[in-house]
Design a protein around this ligand. Structure first.
Ligand code: ATP
Ligand code: MG
Length: 584
């Protein structure tokens, strides 16, 4: 491609609202333009990157025998109502009506649609397993679109679905997909960690997320360097707080006045002086239409995902102050679970108590009367109606749940892929069954597997850039190299560049020929910003000696290479860097 014919609107200034590297650089280097919050136009350079990521994904899907489909993005509401997710997806779902007034939505994922095909078409165990996928646009009305294409409202996902007869079949499909994901990320130049994850609205028994360590991510990963244990903090466990709980003296519970006390910190200060480790924090949540209570230690943070898992709720949100007042008779600040009855007929459906509180006594909690607290709380005695569960957020420095030795590290990460063992949740909801070998109808056992195409590209920029611009991994760079004639007006230079451009093309190398009449400084600067993995510069002086300059994007110094050898040098370097497809 000739740069004079390629639309690359680079920017000198950093756009005001861009903070993370991929957002800044993809705008500045002319890859993207915003249309609205979380909605982007892909300019020619970015479209080429996307195509390359998709090609790698297609090759790896083919390698595990997955078959490519293309399903609609526009869905009737009915199918989402059948699975129950018309409600569960809440405000994240883009909803619309057709001209007949029928409810429709834009697909945010495709479990329902693929399962409907399986229901209508698969009859016998002999047709299983099936692995189906597509690469398609998804729409999600994210609460906070941000960071360029890292979190957008319209994006491209490769989503795959496996259909098996039984659990061992699912285990194999899941493992195939997991290995394919590892290869995809490796080939796209991403270092990643596979972590235990929370399944959320997707449901199912187990899931693994693929995380790229970067401050641009919005997830937290709990990691043990000693044994390699890694989990999303939503799931991550530890052996409990590093500081021991400070239970007070055991005895009967006793109310005491705490006027004006609203927080754990208020109660820790004089005149009360109850340290956070001696307090119980009581939180009330709305879970699928009923209220539940969660109790954690005063200095701990409740992990909502864990409460969702413990309660089995599809939709979970903090209860509103009026809902809490109506159920417990007090406002947040004086809440407690002591003496609260829980059950189907009660205002509170269930009470969950963090498992690290088991056995503690002499604790302090709200009295469910504004301005009063209780002391002398014995968890086993006074919260016996509660269910013990892991509810607290694991913290850095705590001991690893798996090995004895390690201390946990917690770091920011970006989710690039997520794979789920769904089991029979969707096949049962939609009635997707097959006849097994005994002629009995059984629900198909499913898995679902998602990977974000733009997010892979942007994650690569997060990991590979410097002050001058992007440093694309060769496999997904929009072109393989920049070819820079440094004096475009010089006939010998221009001719040599043209010839080399043709020779490179004939060798299967995608060169971006900067044939603009610009100063060398401008060409170098733009080439660094755009970030192709290699650069060939042709200057008058060295050309007279039959040489050209060769430089990898990250190298400090260029190397002079005989013109006659440059094509094979480029081919070799690109091959080593993984630039070429594994097929064809
Ligand atoms: P997140 O927790 O980041 O919102 P998710 O759990 O909603 O992600 P999945 O539903 O598992 O994501 O989707 C599969 C993949 O699609 C993700 O791993 C990610 O790569 C990509 N993805 C999801 N939401 C977005 C988004 N809003 N913008 C860009 N990519 C996304
Ligand atoms: Mg999401």
């Amino acid at each position: 491609m000739r740069q004079s014919k390629l639309f690359v609107p680079t920017l000198k200034e950093t756009p005001a609202d861009a903070t993370v590297a991929s957002h800044v650089l993809l705008l500045r280097a002319g890859y993207l333009r915003p249309l609205a919050a979380g909605i982007y136009s892909y300019l020619p350079l970015f479209q080429r990157v996307i195509r390359k990521v998709e090609r790698i994904i297609r090759e790896e899907m083919a390698a595990i025998g997955a078959q490519e489909f293309f399903l609609p993005a526009l869905h009737p509401a009915e199918i989402w109502k059948e699975s129950g997710r018309w409600e569960v997806m809440g405000d994240n779902m883009f909803r619309l009506k057709d001209r007949g007034g029928r409810d429709m939505c834009l697909g945010m994922t495709h479990e329902e649609i693929f399962t409907a095909i399986a229901r209508d078409e698969l009859r016998s165990y002999r047709q299983l397993p099936q692995v189906w996928y597509q690469i398609q646009t998804k729409f999600r009305d994210e609460a906070r679109p941000k960071s360029g294409v890292l979190r957008v409202r319209q994006f491209t996902m490769k989503d795959a679905y496996s259909f098996d007869l039984d659990q061992p079949g699912l285990d194999k499909s899941f493992e195939d997909e997991r290995r394919a994901y590892c290869r995809i990320f490796e080939r796209c130049g991403l270092s990643y960690v596979a972590v235990d994850a929370h399944s959320g609205a997707m449901g199912g028994s187990a899931s693994t997320e693929f995380m790229v360590r970067t401050d641009a991510g919005e997830d937290d990963v709990v990691h043990c360097a000693s044994c390699g244990y890694a989990a999303n903090v939503e799931r991550g466990e530890s052996r409990g707080p590093s500081s021991a709980a400070k239970g007070g003296v055991a005895g009967p519970t006793k109310a005491f006045p705490t006027p004006g006390v609203k927080t754990i910190e208020d109660l820790a200060r004089p005149p009360h002086g109850k340290p956070p480790e001696q307090q119980l924090k009581t939180l009330v949540y709305w879970a699928d239409g009923a209220l539940v209570i969660a109790v954690v230690r005063g200095d701990d943070e409740l992990n909502e995902a864990k409460l969702q898992t413990a309660s089995g709720a599809q939709v979970l949100r903090p209860a509103h102050p009026e809902e809490i007042q109506a159920a417990l008779g007090a406002r947040p600040g004086s809440l407690g679970a002591v003496g609260v009855r829980a059950g189907e007929q009660e205002k509170i459906r269930r009470i969950f108590v963090d498992r690290t509180l088991a056995g503690l006594s002499g604790m302090v909690t709200g009295a469910n009367e504004d301005g009063f607290h209780l002391e002398g709380v014995d968890v086993a005695r006074d919260l016996a109606q509660g269910t013990l569960a892991d509810l607290r957020k694991a913290r850095a420095g705590e001991r690893c749940p798996r090995c004895e030795a390690g201390a946990l590290d917690v770091y920011k990460a970006l989710e690039v892929g997520h794979i789920f063992k769904l089991g029979t949740k969707y096949s049962e909801a939609l009635g997707a069954q097959v006849l097994d070998a005994q002629g009995k109808e059984i629900p198909i056992v499913m898995g679902s597997y998602g990977i974000g195409v733009e997010r892979i590209a942007a994650a690569a920029v997060e990991l590979h850039h410097d002050a001058d611009g992007i440093r694309w991994p060769a496999s997904i760079a929009p072109f393989h190299l920049s070819l820079l004639p440094l004096q475009q007006q010089d006939a010998a230079v221009a001719q040599a560049a043209e010839k080399l451009y043709e020779d490179l093309g004939a060798a299967g190398i995608e060169a971006l020929l900067d044939d603009r009449d610009e100063r060398p400084g401008v060409k170098f600067k733009d080439a660094d910003l755009v970030g192709l993995p290699f650069r060939i510069a042709i200057g008058k002086k060295s050309l007279a000696e039959g040489k050209v300059e060769w430089k990898a994007r990250g190298d400090a110094q260029a190397e002079l290479v005989p013109l006659a050898e440059i094509v094979s040098k480029a081919k070799q370097a690109l091959g080593k860097a993984g630039a070429f497809s594994i097929v064809g």
